[in-house]
Design a binder for this molecule. Sequence first.
Ligand code: LCS
Length: 396
Amino acid sequence: MHKNNNWHKETAMIHEGYDSKEHQGSLAVPLYQTATYVFDSAEQGEKRFAGEEAGNIYSRLGNPTVSVLEERIARMEEGQAGLAFASGMAAVSAVLVHVTKANDHIVCSRGIYGCTFGFLKILEEKYAITHDLISMGTEEEIEKAVKPETTCIYVETPINPTMELVDLQAVVNVAKRHNLKVIVDNTFCSPYIQTPLTFGVDFVLHSATKYLNGHGDVIAGLLVGNDKEEMAKLRGTVQKDFGGVISPFDAWLLLRGIKTLPVRMDRHAANAKILFDYLKNHSRIEEVFYPFDDQHPQYEIAKKQMKTGGGLISFTIKGGKEEAQKLMNHLSLVKLAVSLGDAETLIQHPATMTHSAVPKEEREKMGVMDSLLRLSVGLEHMDDIIADLEQAFQFI
Ligand code: LCS
């Protein structure tokens, strides 16, 4: 396997974990589209199952294309080991099952993705694993939420879809005092913008469906940990036996997407800044949320842990659901779709879409109002996107 610890991140995203000499000179990582592997002998099969001989067994347990992806994401996040899953939710659920047992308690950031919220409800209803969604403005606030049965802190930063930030250093400081595991969902940033493990976090995960793939054609999840043995345990238990592994073809597409992550992220962020400047002065808009807004109260946190402001902007329009839906219905170049991180600029209405499963009262506590819209800024020329938004704003 190709490894060079001196490589910059941009280089590692193209080369880490792959040596063409081991694959007949193939420049691109070959796609091992196979379910199983042929043993040389019964004894070899026995040894592989017993863990006494390294080698392939069955693609739910490991696949050469997937292994390159896992090494690459581990390096990108500056972790010790990576695991690839069939979806972001498969990664979320696997790591939460790994770090909890019945009757435990989880401290969560004030806002989380709607289906992550749904999974926490399953843990609560079936296994009495409770959670509290709290504002994490200060270490004291976080500390107050910790109970004797708390085992982990689960954080999104920026939070989907409000763009509120959580100070990673503050979370880690509290976690260390109480011996808690910290899990960070880094989907909104990608490892090009933010690397939570470098702050002392234990696990970082992604909906790789988003920026990491970047082309809107894959559903996948990735998890990276700072402890090799613990990740091996997770691979051999929850991942293997729940079975939510990535397909080799999706891993192959992801490896292709990741090569261009730095150039895409720089353009997403540059375009988002153009759009932010347009939106913040718009007469039909109430408030715009973007982490690299120098007027934003959390700008200091943003600069401490993020390289750029990323490609997501949310905003509240004057009015409510009706005005939000009218705006969306009059857009044509900006696509009305959930998901994010693609070349296409996407808009969605969290209250009725990504966060519709969260009851209204809890949704509003997260800051997800009916007037809130989320824009995933794409790679188009922003004059065209602004022209589309401007004509649609005329209808509300
Ligand atoms: N974490 C975050 C922050 C997400 O935004 C999503 C999906 C997931 C985890 C789950 O990943 P998946 O299983 O879909 O790969 N977020 C979506 C969104 O905001 N719009 O559509 C999906």
